[in-house]
Design a protein around this ligand. Structure first.
Ligand code: SF4
Length: 191
């Protein structure tokens, strides 16, 4: 067998191996998800309890003007022709913050624009807290014009045009992915 043929066969074998590994990993992931979903069925709101999972742990994107915004969804459920985003949060208390609403609203828009789904005007947060059973809370999603205003503001903060407004809840700074470039946030977390 020629060297070229061996190289081609090796590439095919590597490609097949990677495909099989992804399938195996996704299968395990869905099994794990399915188990917790079954356990929590009595606590779930109707669209999640009676719906089916459309997507799990997927990256999505949208365009906003010249910019692309990327996001990752935990789970998306489909119920009666509509898609519902679900985010899991591990917190001390089952409290919904504005940042949750923004995150779910951006995900809903990504589902519409990136995947062409019809999306509900609500999403859900699944709270895992230390002292009580899992809680699901419904969140009203933001309209597109409000989301656009927030995207513009985010861009202006990241490009240094305007300073970030420090949130009242310190936990938001603690878990903020922009903390490394935010003097105010870093100082607040340190103090
Ligand atoms: S670290 Fe900075 S950017 Fe992040 S939430 Fe706190 S103030 Fe806002």
């Amino acid at each position: 067998m020629s060297g070229g043929m061996i190289a081609v066969l090796a590439l095919v074998a590597i490609g097949f191996g990677a495909w099989a590994f992804r399938r195996w990993r996704n299968h395990l992931l869905m099994q794990h998800r399915a188990q917790y979903l079954l356990d929590e069925l009595p606590m779930m709101p109707e669209p999640l309890a009676k719906g089916r999972i459309l997507l799990s742990e997927e990256k999505l994107k949208i365009r906003h003007g010249e910019r692309r915004i990327y996001g990752r969804v935990d789970q998306i459920f489909s119920y009666r022709g509509l898609a519902y985003p679900l985010e899991t949060k591990t917190r001390k208390r089952a409290q919904v913050y504005l940042s949750d609403r923004i995150q779910l609203s951006a995900q809903a828009r990504m589902l519409r624009e990136d995947r062409g789904f019809r999306v509900a005007n609500v999403g859900y947060v699944r709270f895992v807290t230390p002292k009580s059973p899992v809680v699901y809370k419904q969140v009203d999603l933001l309209p597109d014009d409000e989301l656009n205003r927030l995207f513009d503001r985010r861009h202006a903060i990241l490009s240094g045009e305007i300073p970030p407004q420090v949130p009242t809840n310190l936990a938001v700074c603690h878990s903020c992915t922009h903390q490394h470039r935010c003097d105010k946030g870093r100082k607040r977390v340190r103090d």
